[in-house]
Write a protein that binds this ligand. Structure first.
Ligand SMILES: Nc1nc2c(ncn2[C@@H]2O[C@H](COP(=O)(O)OP(=O)(O)OP(=O)(O)O)[C@@H](O)[C@H]2O)c(=O)[nH]1
Ligand SMILES: [Mg+2]
Ligand SMILES: [Zn+2]
Ligand SMILES: [Zn+2]
Length: 401
């Protein structure tokens, strides 16, 4: 039996090791289990009062609480005690990891991508996308509100070491039964971990993400094109129109080739990979913030065209974009990035996207929070890398046209 991977802590376990949480309901004789903080959760920074942990008894979907006699059906991870999505052992889980340099746009991208999946892409595929747990729903809801209703951009994500409690967002993507591309109901659990940029600034920081990267079925690497050496000059972008924060941060931050080199070193340490074997995990190399390049690109540039929106993954459009970005990279930085990817990755593809769709205006003052442009949020091709991974993972069908 294949081992399961917890979408919250990315550790693996056998189905029979799964634990349960007591329902906390009053049993027939009046007994009930009082909620208290769970010491394992407290260590992770979660002090919520919850009913006690119940050991499994061989049955896969329930266990009996020895204290109150109630049947417990809530499955939890044996390592981190997080509540697992319903019938976890029975559904498909795909971990999609996202990683990127500081200031590359990961937090904004996560919020906008999820918003798009829930409100638009879900409908396009006749799929339902929902937060898989209370915390995801609550925290995603407040980040969505900040960005969409209040128009403020997130502050920098704190590094993992600072904050033990930082946990991935977990969503469930459910395709209905009547689809022409799928004949059975199918759930896919998607786990998104928003790394802090600092986590990638040292080999050690990257190594801390190794558990997360090594359990992933697909990886989205987000790269800020404005940090590609030579790009600003080659495109003739006027540096004064670039967002000043981006310039400052980019100067301090890391170049895409350095980031990719470190990620590659981590993935090469996985069992069965080694320095000379190719990495099998599909990797989407997504250039964020392409709106900042639009003015410098011709009107008919592929990076300015919207994506097709049929109920399948548009393979030929995606391949055309891949080739286009590959050619641009050759102009911009002499193809170093492409050489590295070509040498080490069996499956990689380039994407160009913009979560905001417009350059955010400069801040009014040093203390002010940065705001989105007056035109609002107009996402451009944010779902492309994600849909590509889903098509590689056989969750959605690939269109031939
Ligand atoms: N032009 C443009 N700028 C963007 C876009 N998305 C993000 N940005 C800018 O990039 C900044 C950083 O975005 P974040 O999402 O906070 O970046 P991050 O990768 O999470 O950063 P850390 O948490 O510090 O690692 C934002 O404050 C915006 O100024 C986009 O689609 N277009
Ligand atoms: Mg962030
Ligand atoms: Zn109980
Ligand atoms: Zn776990």
């Amino acid at each position: 039996m294949a081992r399961l991977t917890c979408p919250y802590c990315y550790r693996t376990f056998a189905e029979k090791e799964m634990l349960f949480r007591c329902s906390g309901l009053r049993a027939a004789n009046g007994a009930f289990c009082k909620p208290e903080p769970d010491p394992v959760r407290v260590q992770l920074g979660d002090r919520d009062e919850v009913p006690p942990v119940v050991e499994g008894n061989g049955k896969k979907l329930s266990a009996v609480c020895t204290r109150c006699g109630n049947t417990a059906t809530v499955q939890i991870c044996p390592h981190c005690h997080a509540q697992l999505p319903v019938h976890y052992g029975k559904i498909d889980t795909r971990m999609v990891a996202m990683i990127g340099a500081k200031f590359s746009g990961k937090s904004v991208y996560t919020t906008v991508l999820m918003h798009e999946l829930i409100h638009r892409v879900g409908r396009r595929f006749d799929a339902a996308v929902v937060g898989a747990d209370e915390r995801t729903r609550k925290e995603f809801g407040s980040e969505e509100r900040a960005l969409y209703s209040e128009g403020v951009l997130p502050i920098a994500t704190r590094p993992a070491a600072d904050e033990q409690g930082r946990q991935p967002f977990v969503f469930k993507f459910s395709l209905g039964e009547r689809k022409r591309f799928r004949s059975t109901l199918r759930h896919t659990v998607l786990s998104f971990f928003d790394t802090a940029g600092e986590d990638l600034e040292s080999a050690r920081g990257v190594a801390q993400n190794v558990g997360y990267l090594s359990s992933a079925d697909g990886i989205i690497v987000l790269l800020d094109p404005l940090t590609v050496p030579g790009l600003v000059q080659t495109l003739g972008l006027d540096p004064s129109v670039l967002p000043d924060t981006s310039q400052q941060e980019a100067a301090k931050g890391d170049t895409p080739i350095n980031i990719l080199t470190r990620i590659t070193e981590v993935l090469q340490q996985l069992p069965g990979v080694g320095p000379n074997r190719m990495i099998d995990i599909p990797v989407a190399i997504a250039f964020s913030k392409v709106d900042a390049l639009w003015d410098a690109l011709p009107e008919d540039s592929l990076l300015r065209q919207p994506a097709p929106d049929g109920p399948f993954f548009p393979e030929s459009d995606s391949l055309a974009m891949h080739d286009y970005v590959q050619a641009l990279l050759l102009q911009w930085e002499g193809g170093q990035i492409d050489q590295l990817l070509h040498k080490h990755y069996r499956t990689y593809r380039y994407f160009g996207l913009s979560a905001l769709g417009a350059v955010p205006p400069a801040k009014q003052s040093r203390q002010a929070r940065q705001r989105v442009a007056k035109s609002g949020i107009q996402p451009h091709r944010v779902e492309d890398p994600f849909l590509w991974l889903l098509s590689r993972l056989k969750v959605i069908e690939t269109g031939r046209d």
